[in-house]
Design a protein around this ligand. Structure first.
Ligand SMILES: *Cc1c(COP(=O)(O)O)cnc(C)c1O
Length: 486
């Protein structure tokens, strides 16, 4: 069988035998003039330290990391995560707390959860917040459970959730997991929600509209109040996927937009390292009418005279716990540090994120076709029109960026854009790094004209050349044994 990783250019990492050790142990039998020292080294490992360090260092260099440069992945908000947050998240004082410890003896941890809930509540301008969800999609699912219980409490049966064609894949998945039928809502020519279609589709069988704002092509749903008015006529809830909050931090009131439920991704917006399957962390926030349905537990603060006491409580009509213990605590801690560090100037994050995306958007227009004429927010989406005209595709473009020392943007998402290329620089990049990325794109377009084969055969400079993506997904090679190591 052909091995997916092996197939092209994956160099085997040599494990060298422990030559240094042999030198030590073979001297054992010889008489030494040094008296009183131990006869031979004790308990030496099979591999020497330099061998081990070099092995891991070599592996680390095969990776692309924050230390290397920009991660232009759109939708993911791959911002730089301050080391300070990591240091605090590592603290033994928090790390050694057992999750089953009585809340009375973990007041500091409960306070961190409470204050994070409060800061998120203020930022969104929504009264209810829980930090139980383990990630964004998990927050969506908890929100779907809340809708179900809310309508049951009113004696209403609704079985449909409307989802725009540009939605993140987790939205329909969460709705389906929560036993709702989903209906696809089309976008209009502007890349925004089609109001006429919404008017037709929103009826008494619909529980909610689930939209992302700013949406997945990086533009703000400017008709959000008209959308809300259409939904209100039929008692439909407005769920906003808040994974794109980085564009509007402290700038938009979710209450004024009429949002009933929204999940945030703390690992995207509030500086928890993510990617590679590391633990995420969600927040789920809601309007007044849904507060009593929040998953349990929620942390409340009670005052004992001058002293504050933090407690886990269960909201009166709670959908119940959605996760063992309480969220991913160390990620809540990172978010707490991030929010506290920015304080009331947190809006600057979004100002810079939007400025950076617009700078890139404007400069890259010379090469790529932007999918919307509307002003963009935190990310910019192109289709593959100009690439196809030049005889290549989005895939080649993304691989050619790898050859030029950059991580690739998000590609082929959203699905309704032909060969989508979605770039989100975030606020943490400076102009030099953005210019270097633009130069890389310029170089790709020059090479497409001068030497198209060099682009069609990309990637040429990476550790792993082009892999068989189908085989890699169907038969993943995940262990050393599978690669054929000893
Ligand atoms: C990332 C993302 C999600 C899902 O969040 P996870 O934490 O990966 O589960 C949902 N919607 C949008 C728009 C996203 O970008």
């Amino acid at each position: 069988m052909v091995n997916a990783v092996h197939e092209k250019g994956f160099s085997k990492i040599p494990v060298r035998k422990a030559s240094l050790l042999n030198a030590y142990t073979s001297s054992k039998s010889q008489e030494s003039h040094v008296k009183g020292f131990r006869k031979s080294p004790e308990g030496f490992p099979r591999l020497s330290e330099p061998e081990l360090v070099r092995h891991y260092y070599r592996l680390a260099k095969m990776n692309y990391a924050w230390e290397d440069g920009l991660f232009p992945l759109g939708s993911c908000t791959m911002k730089y995560n301050p080391i300070l947050n990591e240091k605090i998240a590592e603290s033994e004082k928090f790390g050694n707390l057992h999750p089953a410890l009585d809340g009375k003896r973990a007041q500091g941890a409960l306070r961190v959860i409470f204050e994070t809930q409060e800061m998120i509540s203020k930022l969104l301008d929504l009264p209810g917040v829980t930090l139980s969800p383990a990630a964004g999609a998990h927050g969506e699912l908890a929100g779907v459970f809340m809708m179900r219980k809310y309508f049951e409490s009113k004696g209403e049966k609704r079985n449909i959730i409307l989802i725009p064609d540009s939605a993140h894949g987790t939205n329909p998945a969460s709705a389906a997991f929560g036993a709702y039928e989903t209906k696809k809502l089309p976008s209009d020519g502007r890349g925004l929600t089609d109001l006429e279609a919404l008017e037709k589709m929103a009826d008494e069988n619909v529980a909610a509209l689930m939209i992302t704002n700013p949406n997945t092509i990086g533009i703000f749903e400017e008709d959000i109040l008209k959308i809300k008015a259409i939904l209100d006529k039929k008692g439909v809830l407005l769920y906003v996927d808040g994974a794109n909050l980085n564009a509007i931090l402290g700038k938009a009131s979710f209450q004024k937009m009429g949002v009933d439920l929204t999940q945030l991704n703390l690992h995207k917006t509030f500086s928890t390292p993510h990617g590679g399957g590391g633990p995420g962390q969600g927040a789920l926030a809601c309007s007044h009418r849904l507060v009593d349905f929040l998953p349990s537990p929620v942390v409340e603060c009670k005052s004992d005279g001058a002293k504050k006491r933090y407690e886990f409580i269960t909201p009166p009509h709670s959908v119940g716990p959605i996760k063992m213990w309480y969220g991913q605590f160390s990620n809540i801690l990172r978010a707490w540090v991030y929010l506290k560090s920015w304080g009331s100037s947190i809006g600057e994050v979004s100002e810079r994120a939007v400025l950076n995306a617009n700078y890139l958007g404007k400069k890259l227009e010379k090469y790529l076709n932007k999918v919307s004429e509307k002003p963009i927010m935190h990310e910019v989406v192109f289709d593959q029109k100009t690439l196809k005209e030049a005889g290549v595709t989005t895939r080649h473009f993304a691989k050619a960026l790898l050859d030029r020392g950059f991580y690739a943007p998000t590609v082929y998402f959203p699905l309704h854009v032909d060969g989508a290329i979605m770039v989100e620089p975030t606020e943490t990049e400076n102009k030099e790094e953005l210019d270097a990325f633009i130069d890389a794109v310029d170089d790709i377009f020059c090479k497409i004209k001068e030497n198209p084969d060099s682009i069609l055969s990309s990637p040429n400079n990476t550790i792993v050349r082009e892999i068989d993506e189908t085989l890699a997904a169907r038969k993943p090679v995940l262990t050393w044994d599978q690669i054929g190591g000893e």
